[in-house]
Ligand binder design. Structure first.
Ligand code: NAD
Length: 292
């Protein structure tokens, strides 16, 4: 008999998108405008092209305006900066997303830091990072927001839980730790230099794994009844010469011990774009001084 709950990221992401579509309709009826998201893609990276296409489609499906700026790989840094500046100055554009990775001759940090903080729907700008840590209203990175929504779908009040985040990247580990602190968790951040990591994880009521190592977290690391959120997306050899996706958590083993767990695919993955749409609406509200 299955005793754990599989957290359905696809279904929860659909609920988030429904909520966004309702807010977009309200913006139109109550405030007379539609929020809009501009995505900048430089080069021909196949995965990036798919992400940008999906972002554009979902933005339109929610009722918002969507613009795609597709630039050739040889576009200069100055040209990309000029486009970002133009989007900063355009009042119809509420959110700006520059798809990473950028070609090597472009300084990604410089480009991302040129995005106006109030239009930074990825939440990567140092001003937004600071606002998150001091607890101000801000734009929070999408994957961490999605991960916390999934944890709260199982346990709406996370207050007092011991949370262990594995990974300390600026994109996932650090911002998800800030969000969990805001939820009143006792947060431990484990990373590549953490000693006896399995013992650290064993103390967690909530585990968030964002490492990039396929199936690193084993079943005997997990405290019985813990909630496990697997952010990892790793492509590994599968059957018949094909590849398959696995997370940073050994799903089979951990599902036997956890009370609830996200699968890969179908867990955190679908939440990221849904939270990007949510951030675009939030950006529009911040820019127009509309209260939450
Ligand atoms: P990253 O490479 O920037 O960071 C990985 C972190 O893991 C580092 O902080 C490092 O200290 C830590 N680490 C490395 N080896 C470790 C070890 N042996 N033990 C403990 N910690 C170790 O990666 P990232 O951008 O944070 O992404 C992490 C994973 O999440 C990847 O699999 C990535 O594909 C996935 N991801 C998924 C989404 C999504 O939409 N679901 C979004 C972003 C990232």
């Amino acid at each position: 008999m299955q005793t754990h709950r599989i957290i359905d990221g696809k279904a929860i992401a659909a609920q988030v998108r429904e909520g966004v579509a309702k807010e977009v309709a309200l913006m139109k009826s109550a405030h007379g405008f539609l929020p809009g998201l501009a995505v900048v893609l430089v080069g021909e990276d196949p995965a990036s092209k798919v992400y940008v296409k999906n972002k554009g489609e979902q933005t339109k499906a929610s009722g918002m305006n969507s613009w795609e700026h597709k630039l050739p790989a040889e576009t200069s840094e100055a040209e990309v900066l000029a486009i970002v500046q133009k989007l900063n100055d355009d009042p119809a554009v509420n959110g700006i997303l520059v798809q990473l990775p950028l070609p090597k001759h472009i300084n990604a940090e410089k480009v991302l830091n040129t995005i106006h903080p109030d239009k930074d729907v990825d939440g990567f700008h140092p001003v937004n990072v600071g606002r998150l840590w001091v607890g101000e209203r801000t734009l929070v990175p999408c994957t961490p927001t999605g991960s916390v929504i999934l944890a709260k779908s199982v346990q709406p009040n996370l207050s007092g839980l011991n949370a262990v985040v594995i990974g300390r990247s600026n994109i996932v580990g650090k911002p998800v730790s800030a969000l969990l602190l805001r939820e009143n968790c006792t947060v431990t951040i484990a990373h590549s230099k953490t000693r006896n990591i399995h013992n650290v994880v064993k103390g967690a009521d909530l585990v968030i794994a964002a490492v990039g190592i396929p199936e690193m977290v084993r079943g005997d690391w997990i405290k019985p009844g813990a909630i496990v959120i697997d952010v990892g997306i790793n492509r590994v050899p599968g059957e018949a010469g094909k590849t398959k996706l696995v997370g940073d958590v050994n799903y089979e083993e951990c599902a036997r011990v956890a009370s609830a767990i996200t699968p890969v695919p179908g867990g955190v993955g679908p939440m990221t774009i849904a939270c990007l749409l949510k951030n675009t609406v939030e950006a529009a509200k911040i820019q127009r001084g509309i209260k939450d």
